[in-house]
Ligand binder design. Structure first.
Ligand SMILES: Nc1ncnc2c1ncn2[C@@H]1O[C@H](COP(=O)(O)OP(=O)(O)OP(=O)(O)O)[C@@H](O)[C@H]1O
Ligand SMILES: [Mg+2]
Length: 438
């Protein structure tokens, strides 16, 4: 803190005797002294002198002390500058008026040197303390703002990390589950698939053998003739072959499903691959088969595919599948919600539909994938919030409100694409994903 003795005082008085008196007294105590002989020059001096305190005479020619005080105090810069009025002992109402105009104190003439010094010192001290306090406050305020900003940053970073965590957990759980299932299915499938070929060959050999018997021994013993009639041998032989052929077909299908589940579950959210989005769409559809098929409430949800010929795109297949999964899950939820209050027959007449459309936009070197549903649609007031973290209109067990947040992150930040939608309440919604090929 500045010591009172190093302070600058401005004396404003028109009386040379007074000035001399004050000057000598204050100078002696180490103050820097400036003098103004009237109000006008005092105001002008303020700017350059920048005093710490003003001693102001009330009665002066030109503008008097009160007006001078008013003008000085109207400048925000000098609002806290201490002004001490100097009044004659008799001018009692002046003291009150001076204080009401913003002066901090008054001294009466003729001066008592000790009293004057004491008052000057007191107000200088107060002035410097106040100034210091204000600076500290401002600093504190700044620190506080900085702190608040930091807290905000941390909170949002934390939220992001949390989202990522939930997402990763969801994904890795799903991925692990599927990897486990496909692995388990893989073994029995491969020995069925491997053996069925031999079974087929052996059955053909057996049939040939029976045919050979029948050719060489056209009249077997009655027991055999009876048995042949009982088992309807001709039909049995024909059907057995058909059965084996369809079992072969079925096994092949299971193997394919397993293959695409494997493709879906591979955790290549870390590496970019060349990948045909159709492969992702198909394996995702496969996963949703159980949700799409008919149940007691509604007929099957119709899936209409309008596929263009797509090139392979350079992408993170695991992440893209996640986007397709989120879009498809939302579309299914939306059509199912639109069924509320409709009978099976009504739904059948106006069936739930999901249309998947793909397009190769050669000109802009990108692929466009849209998933459209004829579900409940999105209310106007919700449209701006769809991609918001944790925004959901679904019951707590059903929706976390992360699907679209994550999808947008994957499409826009991970792949440099875009995702947007159009929706009409109670008619349906169409989400469109545009992905650059490279
Ligand atoms: N196809 C759609 N039709 C109607 N509303 C939709 C559709 N897709 C998204 N919405 C709305 O957007 C909200 C947010 O979707 P988002 O996928 O992010 O979360 P969610 O489906 O509620 O939960 P989850 O985290 O399980 O996906 C949904 O709750 C729903 O209100
Ligand atoms: Mg969702």
């Amino acid at each position: 803190m500045k010591l009172p003795e190093n302070s600058t005082l401005l004396i404003v008085d028109d009386n040379p005797t007074n000035i001399k008196l004050l000057y000598d007294l204050l100078k002696e105590h180490g103050f820097r002294i400036l003098v103004a002989k009237d109000g006008q020059s005092a105001i002008e001096k303020l700017e350059v002198a920048n005093p710490d305190l003003v001693l102001l005479d009330v009665m002066m020619p030109g503008i008097d002390g009160f007006t001078t005080c008013q003008i000085v105090k109207s400048n925000p810069k000098y609002q806290d500058l201490p002004i001490i009025f100097m009044t004659a002992l008799s001018e009692n109402e002046n003291k009150v008026k001076g204080l009401s105009l913003g002066a901090v104190d008054y001294v009466t003439k003729p001066f008592q040197p000790d009293e004057l010094l004491a008052r000057v010192n007191l107000h200088l001290k107060l002035y410097h303390l106040t100034k210091e306090l204000a600076e500290k406050n401002a600093h504190l305020h700044e620190m506080n703002e900085l702190l608040e900003q930091k807290v905000e940053e941390r909170t949002s970073a934390l939220q992001k990390a949390q989202t990522q965590l939930i997402f990763n957990e969801k994904m890795s759980f799903l991925g692990q589950l599927m990897a486990g299932i496909t692995h388990e299915i893989n073994n029995p499938i491969s020995f069925i698939d491997g053996n069925i070929k031999y079974a087929h060959d052996y059955v053909i050999e057996l049939i040939n053998l029976i045919n050979l018997y029948q050719k060489n021994y056209p009249n077997p013993v009655p027991e055999i003739t009876e048995k042949i009639a009982e088992v309807e041998l001709d039909y049995l032989m024909e059907d057995l072959l058909n059965l084996i052929v369809s079992m072969k077909e079925g096994t092949k299908r299971i193997a394919e499903i397993n293959q695409s589940m494997r493709a879906f579950s591979r955790s290549d959210t870390q590496n970019k691959f060349l990948f045909n989005p159709h492969e992702g769409l198909e394996s995702t559809l496969l996963l949703f088969k159980h949700r799409l098929k008919a149940n007691e409430i509604r007929p099957a949800i119709e899936v209409i595919k309008k596929y263009d010929i797509l090139p392979e795109i350079n992408c993170y297949p695991g992440s893209l599948n996640q986007v397709f999964m989120n879009l498809l899950a939302n579309a299914i939820d939306a059509v199912e919600e639109s069924n509320t209050g409709r009978s099976f027959a009504e739904i059948k007449a106006n069936p739930n539909q999901i249309t998947i459309c793909t397009k190769f936009d050669r000109e802009n070197e990108r692929v466009i994938i849209s998933i459209k549903d004829n579900g409940i649609g999105i209310k106007q007031e919700n449209k701006l919030r769809i991609f918001e973290q944790f925004f959901t209109t679904k019951i707590i067990t059903k929706g976390t409100g992360l699907g679209m947040t994550i999808s947008r992150h994957i499409v826009e930040e991970k792949h440099g694409g875009t995702i947007d939608f159009i929706s009409t309440p109670s008619q349906g919604t169409e989400f469109t994903v545009k992905l650059p090929i490279k």
